[in-house]
Design a protein around this ligand. Structure first.
Ligand code: B12
Ligand code: SF4
Length: 477
């Protein structure tokens, strides 16, 4: 079968937001492609972050696919529906398959759109091959686990979940050859060089239970062996010329021993690679950070969220303020670039808490601080507890707002705390201003950039400039 896999990450009016998020390779689709190719299907990957809509449409028309699959972010779901409609007008026989976060957590919402034929939930490698093989043989999907689909009678049928793949080492490496690896660059707040940029995921699943998180691979963490991870890394460096990358794991150091083994192997194989990752502070230690640094880690992202222990507990962050202070300070001392996230407007939040959090952010003084307004993401505990209260109506909801909104001009679509939407916007604006427009901040940024890569000072300045520019821009709409 001829199959196109698309990632649509530009919701309407998303261009500028996107430029700030930066672009990194959609490895989930490349994993699927790798499996499909081995099952003798012909596959292409289209990424709207590096192509125009016209180019994508022309490509689809010329390729004449049997199946078009979409990665579905919640905020971009309407854009995916629009694409599904466009494709059906090209040829109504093309099967439209949705996968990824929104499809996994709200399959019936996806199938409420008449142009969507099949939803694949969760891990997609084995399921997409079964789907393609069945469609190619003209047999029904009745026996395919992990799909919800419109059957021959037009009835939506749920075949139940497919168990996760137990041994991650058996999964083939992503088909990087189908991605334009020269085109990807993370945003300046998450890179320290201008080298070719890649990404890699070392384990799947997360055993923590943050109430705002839309987890994709369940609570059981499955690990790839350190050798398997570093083999892929070596291939990225040697075959694709990648010089910097992001470890996409939800918490790279969730198993500190294993993280250390990965680092040891990178050091042993003398790979010339700079990388960054997400870390929870509870597992941070001096010796682990030192090994990570030796292996090329130059940046970590730490989810701080709030200065109130009560709020952290109600979000089920399972960390303390003390751990945050120690973890951030250690990472600053050893790794260098430390970014922190802060979340306003969770249930129970108050103006006082937010003010306290802004002061805490200044005290921690990370390289970059991201201040966001909470949303109940489908798949999160928050979604289940708040959807009634927030009056989320699947078919009328403005899903576009379900993202980290950096601009103070963006509307807030749901209110979960006693802080009004208007006040939340004001507070976020205040947070960005107070944090970034401090001489002490500018000086620390300049000093760090100077120490690490003198010639890349501009990159870090650009990061701060982009955040401020986007935060305070006027909306055209
Ligand atoms: C890397 C990443 C990004 C990258 C995007 C890279 C890219 N081009 O794909 C960047 C940094 C740009 C990003 C940004 C955002 N992200 Co993000 N991101 C991730 C992250 C950490 C890893 C994704 C990944 O590569 N996983 C590894 C691969 C193997 O898994 P996968 O992509 O899910 O693919 C598998 C399955 O989903 C399925 N599948 C996927 N697509 C398809 C399609 C078909 C047809 C089929 C059959 C199957 C299928 O099969 C794949 C193989 O098993 C996830 C967290 C996570 N653990 O998944 C969050 C995550 C996807 N991001 C999320 C969010 C919310 C965002 C933001 C909106 C910001 C924010 N946090 O508010 C922004 C906006 C996006 C934008 N482009 O502007 C949420 C999505 C929630 C939702 N319901 O939409 C997640 C799940 C984080 C979370 N836990 O809440 N993100
Ligand atoms: S936010 Fe991160 S640590 Fe918390 S549950 Fe989600 S993936 Fe795990």
């Amino acid at each position: 079968m001829k199959i196109i896999l698309c990632i649509v990450s530009k919701a309407p009016n998303m261009n500028e937001k996107f430029s700030w998020y930066g672009i990194i390779p959609p490895i989930g689709l490349a994993y699927l492609a790798s499996y499909l190719i081995r099952a003798s299907h012909e596959v292409e990957i289209l990424d709207d972050s590096i192509m125009t809509s016209c180019q994508m449409k022309d490509y689809i028309e010329a390729f004449k696919p049997d199946i078009v699959g979409f990665y579905t972010y919640t905020y971009a779901i309407e854009a995916c529906f629009t694409w599904a409609q466009i494709i059906k007008t090209v040829d109504k026989n093309i099967q439209i398959v949705f996968g990824g976060p929104h499809a996994t957590h709200l399959p019936f919402h996806c199938l409420s759109n008449e142009n969507v034929d099949i939803v694949v939930r969760g891990e997609g490698e084995e399921t997409i091959v079964d789907v393609a093989n069945c469609l190619s043989a003209g047999i029904s999907l009745d026996g395919v686990k992990g799909v919800v689909f419109r059957n021959r009678n037009g009835v939506v049928q749920d075949n139940g979940e497919r168990p996760f793949i137990k041994d991650l080492d058996v999964i083939h490496f992503p088909a990087y050859n189908l991605l334009k690896m020269d085109m990807y660059r993370a945003n300046p707040t998450r890179r320290v060089t201008t080298r070719k940029y890649g990404s890699l995921i070392a384990h799947r699943g997360c055993s923590y239970r943050c109430s705002f998180c839309s987890q994709m691979f369940g609570k059981n963490v499955r690990y790839r062996s350190p050798e398997n991870v570093v083999d892929e890394l070596e291939m990225l460096v040697k075959k694709y010329g990648i010089g910097e990358l992001r470890m996409l794991d939800d918490d790279f150091i969730i198993d500190p021993e294993r993280a250390k083994k990965i680092c040891d192997l990178i050091i042993e194989r003398e790979l010339d690679i700079i990388w960054n990752c997400n870390c929870k502070v509870n597992n941070a230690s001096r010796s682990l950070y030192q090994t990570m640094y030796k292996a090329g880690c130059r940046g970590v992202l730490i989810g701080v969220e709030s200065a109130s222990q009560e709020m952290l507990d109600s979000m089920r962050k399972d960390i303390t303020i003390d751990q945050i202070e120690k973890g951030v300070s250690l990472a600053k001392e050893i790794i260098g670039f430390v970014n922190c996230t802060f979340l306003f407007g969770m249930p129970g939040d108050s103006i006082e808490n937010v003010q306290k959090t802004i002061q805490f952010a200044k005290k921690l003084n990370p390289s970059f601080a991201y201040f966001s307004i909470a949303h109940p993401m489908p798949g999160s505990e928050l979604f289940n507890t708040e959807k009634e209260k927030c009056k989320i109506d699947m078919n009328k909801q403005n899903w576009e707002g379900f993202t980290i909104l950096l601009s103070s001009q963006d509307p807030i679509t749901v209110e979960m705390s006693d802080i009004s939407a208007k006040d939340l916007l004001k507070l976020r604006k205040q947070a960005f201003r107070e944090f970034y427009l401090r001489p002490a901040y500018m000086w620390s940024l300049f000093r760090k950039a100077y120490i690490i890569f003198f010639h890349h000072i501009s990159l870090f300045m650009l990061g701060a400039y982009m955040i401020l520019k986007y935060q305070f821009k006027k909306r055209n709409t």
